[in-house]
Design a protein around this ligand. Structure first.
Ligand SMILES: NC(=O)c1ccc[n+]([C@@H]2O[C@H](COP(=O)([O-])OP(=O)(O)OC[C@H]3O[C@@H](n4cnc5c(N)ncnc54)[C@H](O)[C@@H]3O)[C@@H](O)[C@H]2O)c1
Length: 428
């Protein structure tokens, strides 16, 4: 079996390696020439993916990367893992998916399988993607080629999470499409979960992510409510989670980050509006979660004021730039929002992140491009008036932080386990 995987990012690359591991020959396709070159040279650009594995499969001829999309002529199946971001007005941006469809359509052959993996609103595969594939190829989905949707369930930064072990949903455009997709995925994934059709699989993926977004919003809201009642939300969650049924712990934080939870729910909201339906939970959760960085900054100002200091002119360190512990992914990270807000209030802002030594250019935060993480030393860290713990990487020595920093604003409750002086740590 030969496969093409299009989009070699956080989703596509681990998937490609899992197929290679299972003995399938994989062509990775990406428009980013730097990624293509890195992979063929056996280098990794994602921290948790070891270069050694890439090198091994490239050498064995099991994996190669390319920007030549005509290569899809030679494969049995094409899996699409390209980005699905939002536009400025929070409408879905399907351009990456549809561009991919347009580029591969002229090379499509009878009998091939095309699977979309990118998160998107229900209907994308059987409507928009099918239309561009059929138009560009002259072939019919379900008759000449197979079409399916199978969402990724990657859990970055979790060493226990193995692509092969995570049950995978699959919806087909027709029963034959589903069977073809099951045959392909069965080579690499242990448990497959067939569902009624593509749109059900798309909807299930969104349900999973909306569920997270809404529950995080709930604890973010309760954090403030409980604080007003002199109750620590972290204690309340620790207590509630001893219930062996009907409860699942979610934790508050400085806001949402990553390529999924801040974005995907709005794919559903947009599609729902088109169908004349409201998604009030999605909108409300979005509002609450987006308001978190403001609240954290207000707490920093309050903590500084208690020491007769003003945020204006204060030296503030944001600890953790990645959106999640133990990863190097800084997309949509609330740490950027914190840095922007602090700077707007006149603070002098720096960051420390062992996984993000320097900020790469991004569309969203061009002003921070090239900024480097400060070094971790007593002299440097103790010179900041306040440190905000935004992301609690395991690699950060919080014990040392307690010894060095005069004022710590903790959004992750990591300092709870560490001995600190009265008034040194403010939860936010
Ligand atoms: N990151 C996650 O944890 C995660 C989890 C589940 C689902 N998803 C979904 O998977 C999809 C991909 O996310 P990701 O995190 O892997 O993104 P990513 O940005 O890490 O990777 C996407 C890759 O696609 C490439 N690309 C962009 N346009 C292309 C095109 N036209 N042709 C070929 N390659 C192209 C980019 O160069 C990049 O390498 C998204 O829909 C996302 O919502 C992500």
């Amino acid at each position: 079996m030969n496969l093409a995987i299009i989009g070699l990012g956080y989703v596509g690359l681990p998937l490609a390696l899992q197929f290679a591991r299972s003995g399938v020959r994989v062509f990775g396709l990406d428009i980013d020439a730097k990624k293509v070159a890195a992979l063929n040279a056996g280098r990794s650009y994602i921290q948790h993916i070891p270069a050694g594995e890439i090198k091994k499969f490239v050498r064995a001829g099991k994996f190669s990367a390319s920007a030549d999309f005509a290569k899809i002529k030679n494969v049995d199946a094409i899996l699409i893992c390209v980005p699905t971001p939002l536009k400025k007005n929070r409408a879905p941006d399907l351009s990456f998916v549809l561009d991919t469809g347009r580029v591969i359509a002229p090379h499509l052959r009878r009998g091939q399988l095309v699977v979309l993996e990118s998160t998107t609103y229900p209907g994308t595969t059987e409507n928009e993607l099918r239309a561009v594939l059929e138009r560009g190829s002259g072939l019919k989905a379900g008759k000449d080629f197979h079409l399916a949707y199978s969402p990724e369930r990657e859990d970055p930064g979790n060493p226990q999470s193995r692509v092969a072990e995570i049950p995978k949903l699959i919806g087909g455009y027709t029963p034959a499409c589903l069977a073809a997709a099951q045959e392909v995925y069965a080579r690499a994934i242990r448990t497959l979960v067939p569902v009624a059709n593509c749109r059900t699989a798309e909807a299930a993926k969104l349900l999973e992510n909306v569920f997270r977004g809404v529950n995080i919003a709930l604890v973010n809201e309760l954090k403030g409510v409980y604080a007003a009642l002199d109750i620590d939300i972290w204690d309340a969650i620790a207590a509630a989670k001893t219930k062996p049924f009907g409860f699942m712990p979610f934790y508050p934080g400085p806001g949402l980050g990553g390529h999924c939870i801040p974005i995907d729910p709005f794919y559903l909201a947009w599609r729902a509006r088109q169908a004349g339906q409201e998604t009030r939970f999605v909108e409300l959760a979005g509002e609450i979660n987006r308001a978190m960085p403001e609240k954290v900054v207000a707490r920093v100002a309050q903590a500084l004021a208690a020491r007769k200091k003003s945020l204006r002119g204060a030296r503030v360190l944001v600890l953790g730039l990645a959106y999640k512990a133990d990863v190097d992914d800084d997309r949509e990270s609330p740490s950027y929002v914190l840095m922007n807000l602090l700077q707007a209030r006149g603070a002098q802002v720096s960051y420390f992140d062992p996984h993000v030594p320097v900020i790469r250019p991004t569309r969203e935060h061009p002003q921070w491009a090239g900024t480097k993480s400060v070094k971790w030393s007593r002299k440097i860290i103790s010179a900041f008036d306040a440190v905000i713990i935004s992301t609690a990487h395991d690699a950060i020595n919080f014990q040392q932080l307690a010894g060095w920093s005069p004022l710590i604003v903790d959004t992750r409750n990591v300092m709870a386990k560490i001995q600190t002086a009265p008034g040194q740590v403010w939860k936010a």
